[in-house]
Write a protein that binds this ligand. Structure first.
Ligand SMILES: Nc1ncnc2c1ncn2[C@@H]1O[C@H](COP(=O)(O)OP(=O)(O)O)[C@@H](O)[C@H]1O
Ligand SMILES: [Mg+2]
Length: 217
């Protein structure tokens, strides 16, 4: 199957699933508005509404994942990009007592890259790092230029991974998290490869994980 057929298939399936979901959602929401419902019924209905919304969000992710990636290469400020990443995860990291340390070479030149896609790739990596530290810790992000490459390292002090799990992390839909669908790293890898770069992950159980991304300068 080529990419276009795959995209059509996913889009078609999503559409078929969304319609009945919409019917369930609107009916359940309507009944929920009835003030005379007993607590138990209201709780059950709310669970139905939440699950449908969850399903809808997952469908969006599938559709997004199946789309061909169109990149828009421009000069990107690494500094701005990394600050944007840390700003987006600020609340989540505070909540989990995770410290984010940013270290970048001064005067890093600006690589040609797709700002939005690279942001998404780095965000996926940092979110995983935070999620790997349920009782707090540190994520160190380092950016430097070395041997004709921009090198980014994301090091966390989290739960790490068993070598068996590490071997699977780039497989679509591989996840060890409840409520996740496991396409963060496959998407990240695709983005980095579209930038002619590569991504490497090393990890030690109970010690932490280091993700290294290289992009040609
Ligand atoms: N920094 C990390 N520390 C520990 N495990 C990780 C880390 N990053 C990724 N993983 C593992 O790789 C799996 C796949 O990651 P990902 O593709 O982002 O999907 P998701 O985060 O939705 O599970 C995760 O479920 C987790 O088991
Ligand atoms: Mg993830």
């Amino acid at each position: 199957m080529n990419d276009i057929d795959f995209e059509k298939l996913v889009f078609g399936m999503a559409h078929q699933i969304r319609n009945p979901c919409g019917v369930i959602l609107s009916n359940a929401s309507q009944i929920l508005k009835n003030k005379k419902l007993d607590d138990e019924t209201a709780t059950s209905l709310q669970a139905i509404v939440n699950s449908i919304k969850y399903l809808d969000a997952r469908l969006d992710e599938f559709v997004e994942f199946s789309k061909p990636m169109i990149l828009n290469f421009k000069e990107v400020s690494i500094s701005h990009l990394l600050q944007e990443v840390t700003a987006i995860v600020r609340d989540k990291s505070h909540l989990q007592r995770v410290r984010i340390l940013l270290k970048e070479d001064k005067n890093l030149s600006h690589p040609k890259a797709d700002h939005q896609q690279l942001l998404l790739a780095f965000l996926n990596i940092v979110l995983n790092a935070i999620e790997a530290m349920p009782s707090g810790g540190t994520v160190s992000i380092e950016a430097k230029k070395l041997d004709g490459n921009f090198t980014f390292t994301f090091k966390d002090s989290g739960i790490g991974m068993h070598p068996k799990d590490l071997a699977e992390i780039f497989s679509p839909f591989y996840t060890t998290k409840e409520g996740s669908i496991g396409i963060g790293l496959p998407i990240t890898k695709r983005i980095i490869e579209q930038h002619r770069g590569n991504i490497d992950v090393s990890s030690l159980e109970k010690k932490g994980t280091t993700v290294t991304v290289k992009i040609p300068a």
